[in-house]
Design a protein around this ligand. Structure first.
Ligand code: GLU
Length: 411
């Protein structure tokens, strides 16, 4: 099994080789510029002091301030944070927002701690990373296990020493200078590129069958937009497993059921399945929107979809990807498919820097335009080079970062 960094570097190297970048430039683009390890020591509710491991990896800032989420997950380590930071560099470049790439977080299962403990842990972590973040330096955002609540704590902790600084973090609550469409934005972007990719396949989203792994912030919003446009979401899952309804799940009812404290499994669906089985369902679109490394060399040959839209980061391993390429299954890669989140983070940041507040229609409209334009640019590049959308997206991203590096010069 290759590590997360090795897997990302394999995709990256294919693009850098295709662009015939010199070895020294390849080295610069591969390596993170800075990685900070933070020891987060906190008093837990039982009075015991516990230490958590925190990370912030700043991969590249050639095109703009470092940007990327903070993940609270027991599987997070320095290698994962570095791989995800590198993906952010290519993601921000592909969609053309003026940021670099970073990622970080804490190795923790936040569901095991009280709200007050998570707040103390978050504030302590901010004290650790404070010297290297800031509105024009590095701007964190939500990722797995974090949301608007954590972003509010981060802003408030940072402001203790820097004064009013809403631009230090994005994905904040709307009442605290967040942008109203930020939480739906990654799912909305997934929906937009699904529509665009189906069109290239000569299909319409209306009536298309869609399977979504994960029903968190990305999967649930994507499902809602797809359902609204007449797509048939036939299966969804969470980490405990999935449900199927071949006539199409009632997504608004499922979301209301979950908002009322229900689970996917007790929604009363005719069939329940495991996450492994869900990936193999016959459908037009498969959207992995949960954890990474779920499409691998072991199952890629058995998938029965015609299009994959990567809502999650790194859901496909390099050997899985090579099988999908050979099978001619179209894959809209993570660095394009799930870029709606960071794109709307950009809109939030721009408003914060100018002390402006835009309406939902404005940010939604800007996002739709940006995602459609990025999809077309990647699709055209794939056409030109006769390569996969993943290779084309990396090529486009790498080309933009390499060009900016050349223009800046190294001093
Ligand atoms: N965590 C999200 C991602 O992986 C969003 C990052 C951001 O908005 O900065 O793209």
């Amino acid at each position: 099994m290759v590590s997360a960094v090795e897997a990302t570097n394999e995709f990256l190297s294919r693009a850098m080789d295709a662009l015939e970048l010199p070895a020294n430039m390849q080295e610069i683009l591969r390596e993170p510029q800075r990685a900070l390890h933070v020891s987060v020591e906190v008093d837990l509710d039982d009075g015991e002091v516990h230490q958590f491991k925190g990370f912030r990896v700043q991969h590249n800032n050639i095109r703009g301030p470092y940007k990327g989420g903070l993940r609270y997950h027991p599987g997070l380590d320095a290698d994962h944070a570095a791989a995800l930071a590198s993906l952010m560099t290519w993601k921000t470049a592909v969609v053309g927002v003026p940021f670099g790439g970073a990622k970080g977080g804490i190795c923790i299962d936040p569901s095991k701690y009280s709200d007050a403990e998570v707040e103390r842990i978050t504030r302590k972590f901010v004290q650790g990373i404070a010297p290297i973040i800031g509105p024009t330096i590095d701007i964190p955002a939500p990722d797995m296990g974090t949301g608007a609540r954590e972003m509010a704590w981060i802003m408030s902790e940072y402001e203790k020493f820097h004064g009013f600084s809403p631009g230090v973090v994005t994905g904040k609550p709307v009442e605290l200078f967040g942008t109203p469409s930020r939480s739906e934005a990654t799912g909305r972007g997934c929906w937009k590129v699904t529509e665009a990719a189906l069109k290239k396949q000569g299909k319409k989203l209306k009536g298309a069958t869609v399977v979504i792994q994960g029903f968190g912030n990305v999967g649930a919003h994507a499902a809602a937009f797809i359902h609204e446009s007449g797509g048939k979401v036939i299966a969804v899952s969470d980490h405990n497993g999935g449900i199927i309804d071949r006539s199409g799940l009632d997504i608004p009812a499922l979301r209301a059921h979950i908002a009322d404290g229900g689970t996917i499994q007790d929604f009363g669906s005719p069939e329940v399945i495991s996450n492994a089985e869900l990936l193999l369902l016959d459908c037009d679109v498969l959207m992995p929107a949960a954890i990474g490394e779920v499409i691998t060399g072991d199952n890629a040959g058995d998938l029965r979809c015609e299009l994959i839209v990567e809502g999650a980061n790194m859901p496909t391993t390099p050997d899985g990807d090579s099988i999908l390429r050979d099978r001619g299954i179209m894959v809209v890669p993570d660095i394009l498919a799930n870029a709606g989140g960071v794109a709307t983070s950009y809109f939030e940041w721009v408003q914060n820097l100018q002390y402006m507040l835009w309406g939902v229609d404005e940010t939604r409209g800007k996002l739709d335009k940006l995602m459609a334009g990025a999809f077309d640019a990647v699709f055209d590049r794939a056409d030109e080079r006769t390569c996969s959308l993943r290779d084309a997206a990396f090529i486009l991203g790498v080309e933009r970062v390499a060009r900016a590096a050349e223009l800046r010069g190294i001093q």
